[in-house]
Design a protein around this ligand. Structure first.
Ligand code: NAD
Length: 426
C-alpha cells in the first residue's frame, strides 16, 4: 500500500465533467459506489469519488444537487487552482477528462502528487510531453494509463484475436472512418474547438487500434483536411481530416492505413456516431461497421435527436436487466473499471513489500500504459504539425519517423530543409 492508501479503499478524483464523464465515468462511479469492487487477490474494495476539478464548476455542482447521493457526494473545485485542491484531498487515482490540449498540465499535477493516473485519449499531443509524464510516473511510483475503450469493443477484440492466432495473416492496408454530427463541433465543444481538429480527437482511436493490433514500426505520416464550416476557411479549426500512416513489419513488408474523420456530419444522419473499418490481409478481409452490426430503431419525434437510430449498445447503454434492476454498462465503462482493478491490485493485491513488482506488472500492459503510447503520440504530433503547416500556407507536408535527422522529422514540399519535431527515437 502507498503511504496515503487506506485499508480496502481507493479514493478517486476527476478532472472535467463534460460529455465523456456523463457517458462513462459517472455511471462507473455510481455503480461502484453501490456495489464496490471485488477480485480474489484484493478482496472487496470501496471506491469513492472524493473530488472533481473543472473550469467553472457548473456541471459538477448541477450533478451534485440533482443526484450527488448516487456517488456519496464529492468536493467540487473550480478555477485556476482546482487540480491542486483536488489532489490535496489525498487521492489514490485520478481520471483526466478535460479537453484534448489541456491533458498535459493536469496529468503532471496528478503524477507529481503520487497519484495513479488515467487520462482520456489522446493522452498528450507531443512526445516531449509523453517523456515528461512517463518519467514522472516512474519517479513517483505510480501507474499512468490511457483510456482506449475501442480496444475493449468485442469486434475489435475478435479482430486482434484472429491476428494474434495467425488466422488473419499480414495486414497490407486498410481504412477507418469515424463521423460525428455537427452538434459536437457546433455546441458541445464550442468552448475549446478553436484550433482543434477531428483527427486528433477521434482518429487516435484507430491509430491505437492499428498500432496495438498489428504491431510494427511506424514510418511515415501524411494528412490533409477541410475547413470553412466550424471556422474560417483559412483558419486553424478543421471540419474534417484524412491521414495516412505507413508501417513496416519484421518481415520487411509494409502496410498503409487511411483514417478519415469529421465532426460536421448533419445532425440527423442515422449513423451517429458512425464507425467503419476495413483491413485487407494476405489471406483475408475484415469489415467492421458500427451500424451494420447493430440495431436500427425509429421512434416518432425522438430519433435521431434524443434517441439514436443506430445506438451502440455495446459501448454504453442503459438497460433494464432481465432480473429487474436498472443498469448502465458497456465497454466504455468496462475500460474504467478495468483500470480501477489494476490500481486495486497494485495497492491491495498482496504484501506491501511486493507493491513495486505489482506496479511493474501493471505497467507492462501495453494496451493502456503511457509508456506504450509512443507511436500513437508520434502520429498525433505529426498530424498536428502537418495541419499547422497547412494553416501557415504550406500544405502536403510529410513526417518521417526515426529518420537519420531525428525521431520525428517534417518535410515541406519544395524545401530542402527538414524540421525536427522530436529528436529522440520514437
Ligand atoms: N473515449 C471517447 O470515446 C471519448 C469521447 C468523447 C470525449 N473524449 C475525450 O474526453 C475529453 C473530454 O471531452 P468531453 O467530450 O467530455 O468534453 P466537454 O467539452 O464536454 O467537457 C470538458 C470538461 O473539461 C472541463 N475543463 C476544461 N478545461 C479544463 C481545465 N483546464 N481544467 C479542468 N477542467 C477543465 C470543462 O469544465 C468540462 O467539464 C477529451 O480529451 C476527449 O477527447 C473521449
Amino acid at each position: 500500500m502507498s503511504s496515503k492508501t487506506q485499508e480496502n479503499k481507493l479514493k478517486a478524483g476527476l478532472v472535467g465533467f463534460g460529455m465523456i464523464v456523463d457517458e462513462t465515468y459517472r455511471p462507473f462511479f455510481e455503480t461502484v459506489h453501490e456495489t464496490g469492487l471485488y477480485q480474489r487477490n484484493t478482496g472487496p474494495i470501496e471506491i469513492s469519488l472524493e473530488a472533481v476539478a473543472t473550469r467553472t464548476g457548473a456541471r459538477a455542482e448541477k450533478y451534485l444537487a440533482e443526484r450527488g447521493e448516487k456517488v456519496g457526494g464529492f468536493q467540487s473545485f473550480s478555477g485556476n487552482n482546482a487540480i491542486e485542491q483536488m489532489v490535496a484531498s489525498g487521492l489514490d487515482f485520478a481520471c483526466v477528462a478535460s479537453p484534448d490540449d489541456r491533458h498535459f498540465d493536469s496529468c503532471k499535477k496528478v503524477l507529481e502528487s503520487e497519484t495513479h493516473l488515467i487520462v482520456e485519449k489522446p493522452s498528450v499531443l507531443k512526445l516531449q510531453e509523453l517523456d515528461e509524464l512517463t518519467a514522472l510516473a516512474e519517479e513517483n511510483n505510480v501507474a499512468a494509463k490511457i483510456v482506449y475503450h475501442k480496444l475493449l469493443d468485442p469486434d475489435h477484440k475478435k479482430l486482434r484475436t484472429l491476428v494474434h492466432d495467425d488466422v488473419l495473416q499480414h495486414v497490407n492496408n486498410g481504412y477507418c472512418s469515424l463521423l460525428e454530427p455537427k452538434s459536437i463541433s457546433g455546441s458541445q465543444f464550442a468552448q475549446w474547438i478553436t484550433g482543434r481538429n477531428p483527427g486528433t480527437y477521434v482518429a487516435v482511436h484507430y491509430i491505437k487500434l492499428i498500432d496495438f493490433t498489428f504491431g510494427g514500426k511506424l514510418k511515415t505520416i501524411t494528412a490533409s483536411g477541410q475547413r470553412g464550416l466550424v471556422g474560417e476557411k483559412y483558419g486553424p479549426t478543421w471540419d474534417s481530416c484524412q491521414m495516412r500512416m505507413v508501417y513496416e513489419y519484421d518481415s520487411g513488408r509494409e502496410a498503409a492505413f487511411d483514417i478519415h474523420t469529421s465532426w460536421v456530419t448533419p445532425d440527423n444522419f442515422p449513423g451517429y456516431v458512425e464507425q467503419e473499418v476495413q483491413f485487407r490481409f494476405d489471406n483475408g478481409l475484415w469489415n467492421g461497421h458500427s451500424r451494420k452490426r447493430g440495431v436500427e430503431c425509429t421512434v416518432e419525434e425522438k430519433t435521431p435527436f434524443t434517441l439514436k437510430n443506430s445506438m451502440n449498445n455495446h459501448y454504453n447503454g442503459t438497460f433494464v436487466e432481465p432480473w429487474g434492476t436498472c443498469s448502465q454498462r458497456g465497454y466504455g465503462i468496462e475500460v474504467i473499471e478495468r483500470f480501477a482493478r489494476e490500481v486495486a491490485f497494485i495497492e491491495h493485491g498482496g504484501p506491501s513489500a511486493e507493491r513495486q513488482q505489482r506496479l511493474e506488472e501493471v505497467r507492462g500492459l501495453s494496451y493502456n500504459d503511457l509508456s506504450a503510447d509512443r507511436q500513437t503520440v508520434a502520429a498525433v504530433q505529426a498530424l498536428e504539425a502537418i495541419l499547422e503547416k497547412h494553416v501557415q500556407g504550406e500544405p502536403d507536408c510529410v513526417v518521417r519517423v526515426n529518420d537519420k535527422r531525428g525521431g520525428l522529422v517534417l518535410f515541406s514540399p519544395g524545401s530542402s530543409e527538414a524540421e525536427v519535431l522530436y529528436e529522440g527515437t520514437v
